[in-house]
Design a binder for this molecule. Sequence first.
Ligand code: PLP
Length: 358
Amino acid sequence: RFNFCAGPAALPAPVLERARDELLDYHGQGLSVMEMSHRSEAFADIAAQAERDLRELLGVPDNYRVLFMQGGASSQFAMVPYNLLGAGGTPNYLYTGIWGKKAINEARHLAGAHVAASSEANGLTAVPRPSDIAVSDDAAYLHYTDNETIGGLAYDYIPEVGEVPLVCDMSSSILSGPLDVSRFGIIYAGAQKNIGPAGLTLVIVRDDLLDRALPSTPTMFNYRVMAEHGSMFNTPPTYAWYLAGLVFDWLRHDVGGLEAMDRINDRKAAKLYAAIDASGFYSNPIATANRSRMNVPFVLADDALNATFLRDAEAAGLLNLKGHRSVGGMRASLYNAVPEAAVDALVDFMQEFERRHG
Ligand code: PLP
């Protein structure tokens, strides 16, 4: 069976098998990782190895801290302004969809937010062009959502904003291919798509941004505190951290790194979009250059067939294809752990369904 869930998403089969094998007794410790003290040597090794593998995969420069936090990407919507507004200035945002809107609203609780460019006029079907981005003179940072998971809308470039720190929500695109971390001030991602189980949140933050927190920042929200305590100010989500480490190891050694992952993700998405475009029955509204490789929303020519499509897909072993409740239709999420065979099976099913109902 193949799982196309947008999150929590499929995990790589070899990762789950290894976790199963190590579940009761981790490397002869007589304990499950779940039962270990986060202060133990064994867990310190697991945590450090996960960070090393992630740094290696993404080529994270030495002047960036990697934080393993909690609270999901949604907590980052608040943590970003808390941590960056201590020196004043206005939060700036690019608006391309539902997740970006939530980030904007959270900043508005703390300070005014300036929308430096928006995709509202094109119905959230294309990202703003670089020349459309108008950052305010007093910008404290510019935030954007690299991949809007619900709309299936992705940036095809990294915005350039001079000295203004660039902050990116990469929840649904991180690790899908190589990335130049040095272009960013802060990158964050909820883990439950390409990293590991829900409950863990990854933050990559440039050193010089650790001094800008508002005095009222809650301790658990403070990046500097987290960095100084090795993400262990309190009890971290140890098991999720361990599983993320297994995923990083899988990416490095089984897949062969992010360039290899990138090529696979290109092929998977190209196959599905080609099938959609070749049919008069399925459609996707997103501008070609901004089509997401990770989340492919599509609608059927006749909405009345949605329930039948989902029922038959499930019977064929194709799970979780229902679109987000706010937009309807279908969505196939093609994160790293979704194999190419899953896309082949989905395309075959869609073509067969169209023959029967189109
Ligand atoms: N940002 C993006 C792009 C997402 O896709 C999601 C969840 O799907 C979130 C933020 C919210 O993440 P979380 O549930 O970890 O708070």
